[in-house]
Write a protein that binds this ligand. Structure first.
Ligand code: GAL
Length: 387
C-alpha cells in the first residue's frame, strides 16, 4: 500500500542500520531488510523508511566535492539501491552531519549543504538523518539545521528531514520553525532497561513539543536486539532486555509520539519481537492523525509513588482515549486511574469501555475508576471508549 500522507504528518516508521550494524553495512543487508519489510508484514504494518546511518561513504569527497558511496560496501551505487527500495513501495533514507565530519569521521555536509541535498535528490533519497558532531564553534547549530532544511526543501524531491542534535541547545525552542520533521531529544539509546527508562522519563514533561510535522524522536528502538550489537556503546551494558521490557519500551515510544525506527537485525527477529513491532493497536495510537502529545497523570496516592510509576493519556482523533499504565519501578504496583482526572466526572453518567492493546481483547466497562496491577518494568495500554 502506497503511503500518500504529506511528508512528516505522523511519526516516521522504518528501520535504521546504526543500533545493530554501525560500520558493518552493505547493499545486500539493505536489500534483505527491504525484502523482509514486504514478506514479513512490516510494510503492511506501516514501516516504510529504510535508513543507512553513518559509515556509508568514502573518507574523502571526489574532485567535484561530491560525497562518494563506499564502492566496497555499495558496489551498485546508491541510485540502484534506492530504485530497489522504491520498487518495493518503500522509502530510502540516508545520513549526514551538520559538521565537517560525521560522528564516525566521514565527511560531513558543512559548507556543502546545497550540493549534498542535490546529490541525495539525484540518488532518490527520501529521508535524511542529520547529526551534530564536529560542528564548527563559530556558527550555531540552529542556523545549520535551518540551512539544510532549506536545501532539502528546494532540492526537487520530497525528503523528510530528521534532525539529530541529541536535545542540545534548547532544540525544543527552535526546531519546529527550522523545518525539520522530527528531532532527536535525547542522548543515544542503549540496549538496556536503564537507558530506556532514563530516556522516557527525560521527555515526560515535553508533551507540548511534539506533534504533526515535527515529532520528538526518543531515538531508534532496541526491541529485539537482546544484546546483539556490534556497537560497543549501545551494547556496553551487556545483556539487552527481556520481552516485557521491550514491550514497555515500544508502548512508551508509541504513546509519546516518537518515530518508530526499528534498530534490531530483522533477519533474525523472533515471533515475540515481531508481535511487539507490528502490534496494530499500538501503531494506531502512535500514528493517530491529530498527533497529540500524551499527558502524564501521577497515580494516587501521589506521596507513595516515585516518578517511575505513571499513566500517559493520549486523546485520539475519533474521541477515544489511549491510556498507558506504566510501571518502570522494580516492584509490582497498583496504578489507579480516576476518570475525573481525564475529564470524566461521575455526574456525566458516562462509563469507559476498555480494550487491552497488548492482549487485543475487551477488558470490560468501568465507572469512575480503573485500577490494574502492573508488574515491574511492565505496562498495560488500553484504548478507552466513552459509553
Ligand atoms: C550519533 C547519533 C546516532 C548515530 C551515530 C553515528 O551522534 O546519535 O544515532 O547516528 O551518531 O555515528
Amino acid at each position: 500500500m502506497e503511503n500518500n500522507k504529506p511528508l512528516g504528518l505522523t511519526p516516521a516508521m522504518g528501520w535504521n542500520s546504526w543500533n545493530t550494524f554501525t560500520w558493518d553495512i552493505n547493499e545486500q543487508l539493505i536489500r534483505d531488510v527491504a525484502d523482509l519489510f514486504v514478506s514479513e508484514g512490516y510494510k503492511d504494518a506501516g514501516y516504510e523508511y529504510i535508513v543507512i546511518d553513518d559509515c556509508w561513504s568514502l573518507k574523502e569527497r571526489d574532485s567535484a566535492g561530491n560525497l562518494v558511496a563506499d564502492p566496497a560496501k555499495f558496489p551498485s551505487g546508491m541510485r540502484a539501491l534506492a530504485d530497489y527500495i522504491h520498487e518495493k513501495g518503500l522509502k530510502f533514507g540516508m545520513y549526514s552531519c551538520v559538521g565537517t565530519h560525521t560522528c564516525a569521521g566521514y565527511p560531513g555536509s558543512f559548507e556543502h549543504e546545497f550540493q549534498d541535498a542535490r546529490l541525495f535528490a539525484e540518488w532518490g533519497v527520501d529521508f535524511l538523518k542529520y547529526d551534530y558532531c564536529f560542528k564548527p564553534r563559530h556558527i550555531s547549530g540552529e542556523l545549520l539545521y535551518k540551512r539544510m532544511s532549506l536545501a532539502l526543501k528546494n532540492c526537487g524531491r520530497d525528503i523528510l528531514f530528521s534532525a539529530c542534535n541529541w536535545g542540545e541547545d534548547n532544540v525544543y525552542q527552535w526546531i519546529r520553525e527550522s523545518g525539520a520533521h522530527m528531532y532527536r531529544s535525547t542522548v543515544d539509546i542503549q540496549d538496556h532497561w536503564d537507558s530506556i527508562k532514563k530516556l522516557a522519563l527525560s521527555q515526560l514533561d515535553k508533551e507540548c513539543y511534539t506533534g504533526s510535522f515535527c515529532h520528538n524522536d526518543l531515538d531508534m528502538l532496541v526491541v529485539g536486539m537482546y544484546g546483539g550489537s556490534n556497537n560497543n556503546f549501545i551494547a556496553s551494558q551487556i545483556g539487552g532486555c527481556n520481552d516485557n521490557e521491550y514491550k514497555t519500551h515500544f508502548a512508551l515510544w508509541s504513546m509519546m509520539g516518537s518515530p518508530l525506527m526499528i534498530g534490531c537485525d530483522i533477519r533474525k527477529a523472533n515471533q515475540a519481537t515481531k508481535d511487539i513491532l507490528m502490534n496494530k493497536d499500538l501503531i494506531a495510537i502512535n500514528q493517530d492523525l491529530e498527533g497529540r502529545g500524551a499527558y502524564r497523570i501521577k497515580p494516587e496516592p501521589q506521596w507513595f509513588h516515585a516518578e517511575d510509576v505513571f499513566m500517559l493519556v493520549k486523546v485520539l482523533s475519533d474521541g477515544d482515549i489511549a491510556v498507558g499504565f506504566f510501571n518502570l519501578s522494580d516492584r509490582q504496583r497498583e496504578i489507579s486511574l480516576l476518570f475525573w482526572d481525564i475529564g470524566l466526572p461521575y455526574a456525566s453518567g458516562t462509563s469507559l469501555s476498555l480494550y487491552d492493546c497488548w492482549e487485543q481483547k475487551e477488558i470490560g466497562v468501568f465507572k469512575e475508576r480503573f485500577s490494574p496491577v502492573v508488574p515491574a518494568h511492565d505496562c498495560l495500554v488500553v484504548r478507552a471508549k466513552l459509553v
